[in-house]
Design a protein around this ligand. Structure first.
Ligand SMILES: [Zn+2]
Length: 461
């Protein structure tokens, strides 16, 4: 595949599709460093094939695939020898219908690279393909997009969310996938991965009847921009009240993704649009944060009920307002290992230089003493890098204020960060969308708030 081409190019302005597309999702990646994988199929008629060779798989038997350099083997009795790739296919016409349907695959990485990374068993429907890259297994799920999306909406959030929110989430996820200007993983045998890098997808395990109904009701619906393209409908967990402009997050404007206030007309929060240096402290710490009508606030979506709405690997946390204390040693460790500061001896101060309209910092200066005792300034120039650099566990968001903790001699002992929101904050706010659905809004009202100047269209039936 040409890495400069979008995966779903729009030719001559024609964005409608003749049929539901099939997508290839990376489930096990080379970086997961798996040398052996085990699976079992749920019924008769499943086959494994390598080129022209093919064999039937017995229901319930645990099969092992092993990697050897760039080749693979599956237990000798099934298909002897080594193969460039292996393709596991269900019998024709097999369609997952409920939670847990599909091939059972053991120990798949979830939360890749984040502090909640773990291995979980997953059930995956449709075709699975296996490759080996320098001894590491790569497993790809080839799957119709609607089936995939059922797994996304129950992976990003839970199958217990209100149906109107699920439809909004599905349409955002579908539009995002189709709307990528270039494939996120162009040199791999898959175009998208199964984790937060792309969209969280964990097979059929979290499916609910409500999720299946939501997908059926919004089948083929996507957000189309003013220039007749699929909207690159990015989303995040919580804006914290004001969403962010795409250009302040990724340095480029994206059609549809502009800052909005996530509250009804006349809300107390209106004075915070936009968030500025002058209103920032009140925005993050003011009394108004404890009782308000902002859709992503704990007043609308109480934190004690939120766990039932979140995806299975989310940590429960303070999504709306949060606090994090970092000692001098914490700062040194994270700025050295994740912030690229190789000559750091002591951090002197953290100084926000530029913020977006949601208050997210997009440029942060770290003033420090290097190992020769010289004072230096290092600028971190994106919200993503700031979140990575200030925590070994990835900071919730870059919308925060810094309160230094100084020793008697003026040395920095540590900092307290008080912040708002979780994630980049552009596009759909998942907690806010949930709050809107709980307040009775329809999926189209939810989407047309978070994405500006877009329309909904069904592009295949
Ligand atoms: Zn990815």
């Amino acid at each position: 595949m040409d890495s400069k081409q979008p995966p779903f190019p729009i030719v001559n302005g024609q964005y409608k599709m003749p049929a539901e597309p099939v997508v290839r999702i990376g489930i096990v990646l080379a970086q997961d460093a798996k040398h052996e994988m085990q699976f079992s199929v749920p019924g008769d008629g499943y086959r494994i094939s390598a080129g022209s060779k093919s064999a039937a798989l017995e229901k319930g038997v645990v099969h092992t695939i092993s990697s050897h350099g760039d080749a693979l083997s599956i237990d000798h009795a099934t298909l002897p020898g080594q193969h460039a790739s292996l393709r596991l296919s269900p019998p024709a016409g097999t369609k997952a219908a409920k939670a847990g349907d599909g091939t059972h695959v053991r120990k798949i990485v979830a939360g890749r690279g984040f502090h909640w990374q773990k291995n979980i068993d997953q059930t995956l429907t449709d075709v699975l393909e296996f490759f080996s890259r320098n001894g590491a297994i790569v497993m790809v799920n080839e799957i119709p997009i609607e089936t995939y999306l059922t797994g996304v909406i129950t992976g990003e959030m839970s199958g217990e969310c209100p149906i109107e929110f699920m439809k909004a989430q599905a349409i955002a996820a579908r539009s995002w996938l189709l709307g990528q200007p270039v494939a996120p993983h162009p040199s791999q045998p898959y175009l998208w991965c199964n984790d937060d890098c792309c969209q969280r997808y964990q097979g059929t395990g979290g499916w609910s009847q409500r999720a299946i109904d939501a997908i059926a009701q919004c089948r083929g619906e996507v957000l189309i921009t003013e220039t007749n393209k699929y909207c690159d409908a990015r989303y995040s967990k919580s804006t914290g009240t004001v969403s962010e402009d795409a250009e302040h997050v990724w340095g480029i404007a994206i059609e549809g993704l502009v800052a909005r206030l996530d509250a009804p007309k006349g809300s107390v929060a209106e004075k915070f649009f936009p968030v500025t240096e002058a209103n920032l402290r009140d925005y993050i710490l003011g009394d108004w944060t404890r009782n308000n009508d902002v859709y992503c606030s704990p007043t609308v979506v109480p934190e004690e009920t939120i766990t039932k709405y979140l995806g299975r690997v989310d940590e429960t946390g303070q999504y709306f307002r949060w606090e994090k204390k970092l000692s001098q040693a914490d700062l040194r460790e994270s700025l050295t290992t994740r912030g690229g500061l190789t000559d750091l001896a002591t951090v002197k101060s953290l100084n926000p230089i530029a913020r977006g309209r949601s208050g997210r910092i997009r440029e942060l200066d770290v003033v420090y003493a290097n190992q020769k005792g010289e004072t230096r300034t290092h600028r971190i120039n994106s919200e993503y890098k700031i979140r990575a650099a200030l925590s070994t566990k990835f900071l919730f968001s870059s919308c925060f204020i810094v309160s230094p903790d100084l020793a008697a001699d003026g040395a920095l002992k540590g900092v307290t960060l008080n912040g708002a929101g979780w994630g980049h904050g552009a596009g759909l706010c998942q907690i806010g969308g949930l709050g809107r659905a709980l307040k009775g809004q329809r999926y189209d009202e939810i989407l047309l708030h978070y994405y500006s100047n877009v329309r909904l269209e069904r592009i295949y039936s």
